[in-house]
Ligand binder design. Structure first.
Ligand code: ZN
Length: 430
């Protein structure tokens, strides 16, 4: 008899769709950490992400083992699920319970006092408190921020100083709390070893968009010299980190989540990567003067119907150019994209992609074009599909996959959601 797999192989995210364990593992760290944070935040009371086991529909979270992400059932899941691993896999919040209570070690208290002292040197300093109860204005209960500082022109600023591990549940609850209260929250680390980053530390750095803020000797000295709070800041670079730079607290950007950052190393990295992926296509489209020739792109070689794919790519770029407010028809000599689209739906050359192109348009700023003749032509092709005249490519087709890679802002629900959560979804994809 085959031994049943004890690993959750696939989950379904509400609104986003399915994700397999292999796709999860293939994601960049910041990608799965965003899902991990989103799921925990939802449990902490902020509308976040919900993921369910494909087999038992039980809620799952993302845990880590040997520095790799895994799906795990939350406690209380159905033990008869073939992917159930038993109650020994306790979620972070159970483990966090062991660490709850305020572990005010001497060193921790001294560091908090030091941060307060450094803040007091700033001429904008109004008042501060270490480990004092901060009553809530919107939540049911308050919190004890490690350090709460009020600066003129900046307002209140909470600092949590981390010497040891704080579990994801606790991190999430505090992030959600301060966001709700509208108070910026900065997680400050005592040290940061780029060769060994425990998941609990990585979770905190992730919250600050790939910025690790460290109060080390250098930062203390710089704070004293400049008479304000200065941190040593490690910025994520690829899967690693750039050498640290000294960063003043007032140089930080405070987004809606109230989790400050010096440089966004998540959304910007994603967008840069996608732009780099698109660049050769852009160049090829510009060179594509004679529309009878093939686009000079290696990846397209795999398609037997090369000309049709070239046209699809050119049409997609044209639609996105329209959505970006820079209309340009890359696919034909028609004066505009609408003329091109209608002709190619009529002639049938883009008809198999009507569903794909409709989805693309729906997720762009140009979605109203679907209410025009373009929408009518696309609908006709899709209806033709139901009648058996035209076969529509689906999400598993190489064509859909290709456009999803080129325009993930519109066609990849996971990328879309992440950029949206970071407030960085480009205007054309809104
Ligand atoms: Zn299950």
């Amino acid at each position: 008899m085959l031994k049943p797999s004890r690993i959750i192989q696939e989950v379904i995210f509400d609104d986003l769709g399915p994700l397999s364990i292999s796709d999860l593992i293939k994601m960049p760290r910041a990608g799965w950490e965003a899902l991990r944070a989103g799921i925990t935040d939802h449990r902490s009371g902020k509308p976040g992400l919900i993921a369910r086991c494909l087999l038992c529909q039980g809620d799952v979270y993302i845990r880590t083992a040997k520095n790799k992400p895994l799906f795990a059932h939350y406690a209380g899941s159905n033990p008869s699920c073939p992917w159930f691993t038993g109650d020994n896999q306790k979620p972070d919040n159970v483990r966090a319970g062991q660490y709850q209570g305020r572990q005010e070690s001497e060193a921790h208290r001294r560091m908090c006092d030091l941060i307060e002292e450094l803040a007091k040197a700033d001429s904008r300093y109004v008042k501060s408190a270490v480990d004092a109860y901060l009553p809530p204005t919107k939540a049911d209960f308050g919190r004890y921020p490690d350090v709460l500082i009020e600066w003129e022109g900046v307002g209140e600023f909470a600092i949590e100083y981390q010497m040891s591990h704080t579990f994801q549940t606790e991190v999430s609850q505090r992030c959600v709390h301060y966001e709700r209260e509208g108070i910026p929250l900065l997680w400050v680390l005592s040290s940061f070893d780029t060769n060994h980053i425990p998941q609990a530390v990585s979770d905190v750095v992730h919250r600050h968009r790939g910025n690790a803020f460290v109060m080390d000797q250098q930062a203390v000295q710089a704070s004293r010299e400049t008479k304000t709070l200065v941190f040593n800041c490690y910025l994520a670079e690829g899967e690693g980190y750039a050498p640290p730079i000294l960063v003043r607290f007032d140089a930080l950007t405070i987004p809606n989540t109230k989790l400050p950052y010096y440089e966004d190393r998540q959304a910007s990295a994603m967008l840069e990567e996608v732009n780099a992926r698109r660049l050769p296509y852009f160049k090829a489209l510009r060179r594509w003067g004679d529309r009878m020739k093939n686009l000079d792109i290696d990846e397209l070689e795999q398609f037997p119907e090369r000309q049709r794919i070239d046209r699809l790519v050119a049409a997609a770029f044209s639609l996105v150019a329209d959505a970006a407010g820079k209309p340009e028809n890359f696919a034909s000599d028609h004066p505009n994209t609408a003329g091109m689209m209608n002709t190619y739906q009529n002639s049938g050359s883009l008809a198999p992609y009507a569903a794909l192109l409709t989805t693309l348009i729906q997720n762009t700023a140009a979605k109203k074009v679907l209410r025009s003749s373009v929408g009518d032509h696309l609908k006709r092709s899709i209806v033709g599909h139901r009648k058996g005249d035209i076969v529509q490519v689906d999400e598993t087709s190489p064509e859909w996959t290709l456009l999803k890679e080129l325009f993930p802002e519109a066609l990849d629900p996971f990328v879309r959601r992440r950029l949206s959560d970071l407030g960085m979804l480009p205007a054309w994809a809104l």
